[in-house]
Design a protein around this ligand. Structure first.
Ligand code: F6R
Length: 613
């Protein structure tokens, strides 16, 4: 949450910062701002709202500086407003700071500063941290770098901070703990960002900064130190990412682009791992912890949001194919519940960003108690990927749309591979079923392509018909129950329509009371072992005059006749069906959002990477 950028070099910093902020807007869009080191002054321009509002505001200002920092905010401490926008000035206005994260003991620090006579211009924890740093600098008569180091030893919480100081031309001081920071290395220039997207147009050489590291960045110099003031050699890596991957291309929104990328991204998740012709799966990460998995008491899946929905499908898959106990945990609950963790537990951590604070801390706790961590992560080099003992990247490419789509199907593809490989290792699957499922999985990208080629116009029309509904119910059974949850979550995020996902049979224990002629009920009803049962559930809704919309397998005429509208997907084995059945629900949420005139890439109150708890 919150995006940070920085530049120091020979070029004008402002356009680079603005372009970078636009690329990071998915991390928050409550306000945006920049601080520029201009001559011997630090200039701050900031504005509530999206980056475009900042651009309009700053247009008439002096913008020639070649060193600067920028921020796009997702509000935590203090409402979205101009005064709470970053960068913040220090009390003397000599230093400007931007911050991503939360300073947990800011109250205590603020009281100390108030008693010394400091006044504050915002309600943020970030301004407190800045004045705390400046106070140390003045009292200790030390450098900014030294003051930052001393201050951070007293701070609890998570942060990436970037600072520029009137007295330090061309210099950005940066530090991180618990929030991401990447530094791009150019020729006589350096770029800083919450991820690599702001620097991709300029360099592919990057350094991922670790927790408790401090960077002193100048055009021709990158000095990395730990908080004990010892120098660390920066580890420069080459980015394996193209600029096109973070641009919208011909699509109206990133979300639509990412939905349409799924035949390719699912293929990318399977590539080099699944060989349906030879009947093999190669997953080197899993093989690395084979012994642990053989001896494991159970698997615990830890995730949040959409990734948690993928985890639920993972539970069903691993239990059915591997005959192993699986528990699926919301990371935010798991980290505080004092769970029983043993060295015989294997934790599957699922995260698109690899930076979700709750997931990260839950894993750190479990790791301390001896559990083995396996990461299913999309962002290469992210904190969760680095914390894991082993893992399998999902290879979906950068996901910019705030609502997760292609990352979800990539997670499902990897979970399918894990369940199948583990079943093979544990000897719990017949060769016949193993081979059948390999072929089914191999066919998924083409089936997703079929949905995208044949259902978009139909789903647009359905979206027009239901765009004014006040509530939706999503129902599914078995592997399609988590898909119902995911469909409801997508609708809530993108359209602001209240929606609930439920197991279809559980509906009669309460939610059926909601059903009347105004309630659309979306059934995920592809052909599987529960088919007859879900047909009965559809009849129960029809009998109460609910409006049935259904995701059905091609040729399923029975449901066709019972539903007001159907979205068709190709027939597939029930175990791989979620990968295909979710596509119409992503499209439905997207087109209802568009019909309602909403900014689907930047839904209100949300941010892509939830780095606060
Ligand atoms: C929903 C969505 C969120 C994320 C959740 C976890 O569309 O994107 O629910 O799934 O915040 O994020 P990651 O997967 O990055 O840990």
């Amino acid at each position: 949450m919150c995006g940070i950028v920085g530049y120091t070099g020979q070029k004008q910093a402002y356009p680079i910062l603005i372009d970078g902020l636009k690329k990071l807007e998915y991390r928050g869009y409550d306000s945006a701002g920049v601080a520029l080191h201009s001559g011997d002054d630090v200039l701050v321009y900031k504005k509530q709202g999206k980056v475009a509002a900042l651009e309009t505001f700053a247009a008439a200002q002096p913008l020639t500086a070649t060193t600067g920092i920028g921020h796009t905010r997702w509000a935590t401490h203090g409402e979205p407003s101009d005064r709470n926008a970053h960068p913040h000035y220090s009390s003397s206005k000599h230093i400007a700071l931007i911050h991503n994260g939360i300073i947990e003991n800011y109250g205590q620090l603020k009281n100390e500063l108030l008693s010394k006579g400091y006044a504050f211009n915002s309600d943020t924890d970030s301004e407190v941290l800045l004045n705390f740093i400046e106070d140390i600098k003045i009292n200790n008569v030390c450098s900014l770098e030294e003051a930052v180091r001393i201050a951070l030893k007293r701070v609890t919480g998570a942060y990436v901070i970037l600072l520029i100081d009137k007295d330090l031309p061309d210099t950005i001081i940066a530090a991180r703990k618990g929030s991401p920071l990447v530094i791009g290395v150019g020729k006589n220039e350096h770029f800083l960002g919450s991820d690599a997207s702001p620097m991709l147009a300029y360099t592919k050489e990057v350094v991922y900064i670790n927790d408790y590291e401090l960077a002193i960045v100048r055009p021709d110099e990158l000095i990395l130190k730990n908080l004990g003031n010892e120098r660390i050699t920066p580890f420069v890596q080459k980015l394996d990412m193209e600029l096109a991957a973070i641009e919208k291309g011909n699509f109206d929104h990133f979300m639509l682009k990412e939905i349409h990328e799924q035949p390719q991204t699912i293929q990318d998740s399977l590539r080099g791992r699944l060989n349906a012709e030879q009947g093999t799966i190669t997953l080197s990460g899993l093989e690395k912890i084979q012994d642990k998995l053989r001896e494991a008491n159970r698997i615990v899946i830890v995730a949040c949001g959409t990734s948690w929905h993928a985890g639920l499908i993972g539970e069903y898959l691993i239990e059915e194919l591997c005959r192993l106990n699986v528990e699926v945990e919301y990371a935010s609950e798991y980290r505080y519940r004092n769970p029983i963790v043993s060295p015989k537990d294997v934790i599957l951590a699922i995260s698109q960003s690899g930076e979700t604070a709750d997931t990260l801390v839950a894993l750190e706790n479990a790791k301390k108690q001896g559990a083995t961590i396996f990461g299913i992560v999309n962002v290469v080099g992210s904190s969760i990927a680095r914390l894991a003992d082993a893992g399998a990247y999902t290879h979906a490419g950068p996901e910019i749309g705030v609502a997760s789509t292609k990352a979800f199907t990539a997670q499902l593809a990897v979970l399918q591979l894990i369940a199948l490989k583990l079943a093979e290792i544990r000897g719990t699957i017949s060769n016949e079923l193993f081979q059948t499922l390999l072929r089914e999985l191999d066919d998924v990208p083409a089936k997703v392509e079929w949905v995208l080629e044949n259902q978009v116009e139909n789903i647009k029309a359905i979206a027009r018909g239901y765009k004014d509904a006040a509530n939706f119910l999503y129902l599914g059974r078995g592997y399609n129950f988590p898909i119902a949850l995911e469909g409801a979550l997508k609708l809530k995020e993108i359209t602001y329509i209240h929606a609930e996902g439920y197991p279809a049979a559980e509906m009669k224990h309460g939610p059926i009371a909601l059903v009347d002629e105004s309630l659309p009920v979306v059934f995920v009803a592809t052909k599987d072992v529960y088919h007859e049962k879900i047909v009965s559930n559809i009849q129960e809704i029809n009998a109460r005059k609910g409006k049935v919309v259904a995701v059905v397998s091609e040729g399923d005429d029975a449901i066709n006749d019972m539903a007001e509208a159907v979205m068709v997907v190709p027939a597939c084995h029930e175990i791989v069906a979620p990968l295909v059945a979710v596509i119409p629900l992503q499209l439905l949420a997207y087109y209802i959002g568009v019909e309602r005139g909403l900014d689907v890439d930047k839904p209100r109150n949300l941010a892509k990477s939830v780095t606060v708890e």
